[in-house]
Structure formats: C-alpha cells, structure tokens
Design a protein around this ligand. Structure first.
Ligand code: PLP
Length: 426
C-alpha cells in the first residue's frame, strides 16, 4: 500500500491509494468510452453521475450504427433477409440478457423501456390480477419513486395497502421490522438490489426466502445493481428482476423484465396490439407465447442490439475483479471525502456499491453541483427520486457522486480538491 497526499493544502488525514486490482484496470475500460475524453468548461470531463446514466463504449455506438447501416428491419413477421437478420439480432439479445441474469430461458425476459416501465408492467398486470382488499405490498423506505408510485396506484385501485419497511440509522433495511411486517396479507415485496442514494446492497436472497414463507412474491429492482455486481436471479430466487439498459452502458429506451416462467405464464397481458397476438377475430383473440405476449407493437430493436453489445463489453472484463476494484475505489473516495470540512455522507451500511451521497455545510446541493461543473465534474443534486429516503435523514435534497468501473482515484482527487476549494471560498 502506498499513501498519497490528497490534493489541497496540507490536508490530513491521508487517503490510502488502493493497490492495483489484479485482473482489472480502469484504463482498459476508459479507452473504450469516447465521451470520457471530452472537456467540459475547459477541463477534462469527470463523469461521476453514473447512477443517473452510464456512458457508452464505442462498441455499443458502433453496434447501433452497424445495425441501422446493414440490418434495419421490423422483426418476426418479415419473410425477407433483413427481417430475418433483425429478428435474429433481437432474439439473440434476449438470450444474452437471460444468460446475463442467470435466467432459466430467454422466454423469461420481456423487453421494456427500462426499470420504470418494467415495474409498471408488473403492477398493472400481476398487481391488478393478484391484489385485493386488505392485501399488502411491502416497500422499503429507501426505494426509488418508480418502485413506490406504481404500487400506490394499483393498491388504491384494488383497495390494498403499500406498507413502508423502515430503515436502520445506517440506511440499511431494518430486517427485524421487515420480518415483523411480513404476514399472509403480504402479496408482494418490492425491493431494490442496491439503493440509488445510499449504495446499500440489500440482502435480497434472505428477504426473498422470508417472503416466500408467506407465499408473497418478490420484485427486485436491479437498476443500480446490474452494472456493479454479477446477478443470478435463480440464486436470488426472485420472482421478478428489472433493470434499465442505460445504467449498464447500453442506450436509453431499453431495459428488461425477468419473471419466473410460471409467474409470467399466469399474468394477463398488459398493453395490447400487434406483435403480442396469435390470431385476432372480432369474437375472440388469442395471444402469442411468452414473452411476446408482453411486447405489444414494434419493439426497440436497435437498442436491444446496443444492449447486447453493452453486455458483451461489460462481461469482457473479469466481473469479480471489477467489483473488487469498485469496492477499493469506494473506500478511497469515502476516506478522501471525509477530509472535506462540513461534508456529511449519507449511509454507512456494510455492503455498498460506489455511490456517495452527501451534504456540504453552508452550501445548497445544487450550488455544489454547479461549482463542480465549472471544474468539468458531473455529479447529481436533488431528491434523487427517493423523497421518503431523504426525509428519513431530514433532508429534501443532497449531492451524489456515483462511480463506475471507468472512474479512477485521480478523478476522486479532482472531486475532493474542488470541494476543498469551494469550502475555502466560504
Ligand atoms: N430504480 C432505481 C433504484 C433507480 O436508480 C432508477 C433510476 O435512477 C430507477 C429505478 C428508474 O430507472 P429508469 O428511469 O431507467 O426507468
């Protein structure tokens, strides 16, 4: 281990620079991502807003161009070469997502616009069919709004209840309270695999096992987790697992819903129209097999190609080594940020992805983000679509730096230096 002086005049304590992680170097990833090489306000871009969206490798950008340049067609119904090629690209993307998630088969994967649409699909299809008066949906307080509001809407319609699961002071889900709240009224537990504000990784395997004792289903929101850790939905025993492509180096507008085969088979279709039918008559319509039954209309074919390429890119790295690197980077960033006077980090749960949400005494979070932007550093400020969680900390707003595999200790140093300078300006 070596120690480095943090930037800024005479700072103590020192942050310990991580030893290089065997099997992974962020430079390998950085060289593939063109946008990381631009400048912002005359400074090299430091992209620390990965929780909002990730930047795209050249391989993904090129896959989109190649698709539109050589294979663009509508899928499934066409009898010509391009239709067959586009269908093959789309369906092999589904197989890749299934493989990536450790799912039973490609038939368990439904393409959607993203996490939000996946949760709405489950709420409107499974929820309307399975929730009744007095039933409960358990939702931890740390959830993103997109894992709260769809449940509120369907619960109101079905006269069911959304029950918040409280947090411990460190920001992790209170597992004793969770065990107490579970009952035979619980139909569903909706929990994020990793919090977008605190980075806390929830013990979803254990939570799922407990929920299943009561016959409840479990939806895991993997929006923040998938880019940071290998996922195995069968090992988690999740009934539903959802994620957004754009948070895992793929384009916007594409994401996936995984559902266990028997759970998906028992769900009514959500949206209706072309592509999801078998045969239509004015008297009677029959539906296509799963998962096509849940994909009404023309899908986002090109972005499935982009997602496929992003998964290839990410899995070309040793994912365990990437996770180890990100853990080291998180430890480094946590230590380094602790040197900034007046900076308070939210959340200190034991198992976390590299998300650092903080307040800075004397400065509004938006002003902090604006200041950092002048130095080319992109972070996010606001309620992070998690107002109940921020209120748990008595806050309406906070600043968040969220890291990915292509971020470096040097970038963390630039963030910390800029924050020191802000504090020195008063
Ligand atoms: N869930 C979590 C934990 C998130 O962090 C986000 C986005 O930030 C979402 C859901 C919503 O994702 P999207 O806007 O891609 O649908």
């Amino acid at each position: 281990m070596t120690t480095t002086d943090l930037p800024g005049a005479g700072l103590t304590p020192r942050a310990v620079a991580p030893t290089p992680t065997p099997g992974f170097s962020p430079e390998k990833a950085r060289k593939d991502v063109p946008i990381l090489h631009r400048t912002v306000n005359g400074r090299p871009l430091v992209w620390l807003d990965n929780g909002a969206t990730t930047q795209k490798p050249r391989q993904v950008i090129e896959a989109l161009t190649a698709y539109y340049s050589t294979a663009n067609s509508n899928i499934h119904r066409g009898a010509h070469t391009l239709a067959r090629e586009a269908t093959e690209a789309y369906e092999s993307g589904r197989a890749k997502v299934a493989d990536f998630l450790g799912a039973e088969s490609p038939g368990t994967v439904v393409f959607v616009r993203g996490t939000t649409e996946a949760i709405n699909l489950v709420a409107q299809s499974w929820g309307r069919a399975n929730l009744g008066p007095g039933d409960e949906v358990l939702v931890p307080v740390l959830e993103h709004h997109s894992d709260i509001v769809p449940w509120q809407r369907v619960a109101a319609e079905r006269r069911a209840r959304v029950v918040p699961v409280p947090l411990l002071p460190d920001g992790s889900i209170d597992q004793d309270a969770y065990a107490d709240l579970l009952s035979f009224r619980t139909q569903l537990v909706a929990v994020s695999h990793a919090s977008n504000v605190l980075g806390t990784v929830s013990p979803v395997r254990e939570m799922t096992a407990l929920a299943h004792r009561y016959g409840a289903k479990v939806l895991v929101d993997g929006a923040q987790a998938v880019a940071h850790m290998p996922v195995d939905v069968q090992d988690l025993d999740a009934d539903f697992y959802v994620f957004s492509g754009h948070k895992i180096f793929a384009p916007t507008g594409i994401g996936a819903l995984y559902a266990k085969p028997d759970v998906l088979a028992a769900m009514p279709p959500w949206q209706s129209g072309g592509n999801m039918i078998d045969a239509v008559d004015f008297d009677h319509t029959t539906y296509a097999p799963d998962p096509h039954r849940f994909e009404a209309g023309t899908g986002n074919i090109a972005d499935v190609v982009g997602l496929s390429s992003a998964l290839d890119w990410l899995t070309s790295f040793d994912r365990k080594a990437v996770a180890a690197y990100e853990t080291e980077l998180l430890a480094y960033a946590t230590q380094a940020l602790a040197t900034v006077p007046g900076l308070d980090l939210l959340g200190s749960g034991p198992d976390r992805i590299a998300v650092l949400t903080f307040t800075l005494a004397g400065h509004d979070p938006t002003a902090v983000a604006d200041w950092l932007d002048q130095d080319g550093i992109a972070i996010r400020a606001g309620h992070h679509c998690a107002q109940p969680l921020l209120r748990h900390y008595g806050l309406e707003s906070a600043a968040r730096a969220s890291l990915a595999l292509y971020n470096t200790t040097e970038e963390v140093d630039q963030l910390v230096t800029s924050l020191h300078e802000l504090q020195q300006t008063g």
